[in-house]
Design a protein around this ligand. Structure first.
Ligand SMILES: *Cc1c(COP(=O)(O)O)cnc(C)c1O
Length: 357
């Protein structure tokens, strides 16, 4: 049985959160002399002299409309990385509790585990980049607090089988984190509609990828109200700035632009994949539900360095488990993808000439 109280660290259960001036007075007033703000203004065209809403309600209401999730089930963080860190800080007793990671996957889960001194248990994905359920069952014990599942997975690009995630949600009494940073590019369904079904589910999404706002730093966690309230207790009181909130709200009014880009990126992903597989140094292209593709090459390091000389940077993932020889390529604009293909065609030539020279 899932019991959030039992899962939460004692120090967090006992924590009396910081009470802001905005928490203590919520009524209407004309003169605010309660928060040591500068009542004269800001040295900017727009005033930012007032502390922002600690719980970002206006932004959450807008987000709720876009995502179809009630505002109390939404946490907004300074990137998804803030939610990842909070999961450890709220639930994982340092040096005692463990977290299960399924490599190859997003690196922040492990970095954040180290920062929070969580015991790490790695259960490598199968060669098809799916969850190894028997090995997961073996790895889980009474100190397992979190399992991170990235779907579509970074860097492999594939979606994790829904039935496997459901199996964990139904049988694991800790928290199952489903990181959906790339969900907008996927043919498969999100898990954010399942929050009422599974009290142990936390879904992570972000405005950094499809929404084109990586520089703004907005990440979301969707979960049951009790989990969100625990995050709210522990987070920095003003974790999202007023400027960020205003820009994010403006962006959320532009869903149609974002949907148009998603369609284009998916088309470009298929075009680029079809063109790349024709090239002699490309051994394999893994099916992607994301805004990047993982490609197996004959010489990852050589191709990476050659592309850098041509002014093109891709990600060398060849040192990562199950990714021998692999590069991860973010889908560019049509022009950028053509430029990549042209560069790769001359890589082949430069190799041949160097062989015959
Ligand atoms: C990019 C990415 C994120 C997003 O991180 P932000 O901190 O929101 O920019 C989260 N998870 C995965 C798997 C990612 O690739």
């Amino acid at each position: 049985m899932f019991d959030l109280n039992a899962l939460t660290r004692d120090n967090i259960k006992k924590l009396v959160p910081y009470s802001t001036a905005r928490d203590e007075f919520k009524g209407k007033a004309e003169v605010f002399m309660d928060a040591n703000e500068n009542n004269f203004g800001s040295p900017l065209p727009v005033n930012y002299n007032r502390y922002p809403d600690p719980l970002q309600w206006k932004l959450k209401y807008k987000m709720a409309d876009v995502k179809g999730v009630p505002p109390p089930n939404i946490f907004i963080g300074n990137g998804s990385d803030e939610a990842i860190d909070l999961l450890y800080r709220c639930f994982v007793n340092p040096g005692v509790d463990n977290v299960i990671l399924c490599p190859p996957t997003y690196g922040m889960y492990e970095v954040s585990a180290h920062i929070n001194d969580a015991v790490i248990r790695k259960v490598t994905l199968t060669p098809e980049f799916q969850l190894d359920i028997p090995a997961l069952q073996q790895a889980i014990d009474e100190h397992t607090k979190l399992i991170f599942i990235c779907s579509p997975n970074n860097p492999t690009g594939n979606t994790i089988n829904r039935s496997d995630i459901e199996l964990l949600l139904n049988n694991f009494d800790g928290i199952v984190v489903v990181d959906e940073a790339y969900i907008n590019f996927s043919r498969h369904k999100t898990f954010i509609q399942e929050l009422t079904e599974y009290p142990n589910l936390v879904v992570l999404q972000t405005l950094s990828k499809a929404w084109g706002l990586a520089g703004l730093r907005i990440g979301m966690a969707f979960a049951g109200e009790d989990i969100i309230n625990t995050f709210n207790k522990v987070k920095a009181p003003y974790n999202i700035s007023q400027a960020t909130m205003e820009l994010a709200m403006q962006a959320l009014d532009n869903v149609s632009q974002v949907n148009e880009w998603i369609r284009e990126i998916v088309i470009e992903r298929d075009l680029l994949s079809a063109a790349l597989i024709q090239l002699p140094m490309i051994v394999d292209i893994y099916p992607s539900d994301a805004s990047f593709i993982l490609v197996k090459t004959t010489d990852a390091k050589g191709i990476y360095e050659y592309l850098v000389e041509q002014g093109i940077v891709v990600r060398d993932r060849s040192k990562v488990e199950l990714c021998l020889g692999c590069l991860r390529i973010t889908i560019g604009t049509a022009e950028e993808n053509v430029r990549l293909l042209e560069a790769l065609k001359s890589f082949h030539l430069s190799k041949e000439t160097s062989v015959t020279a």
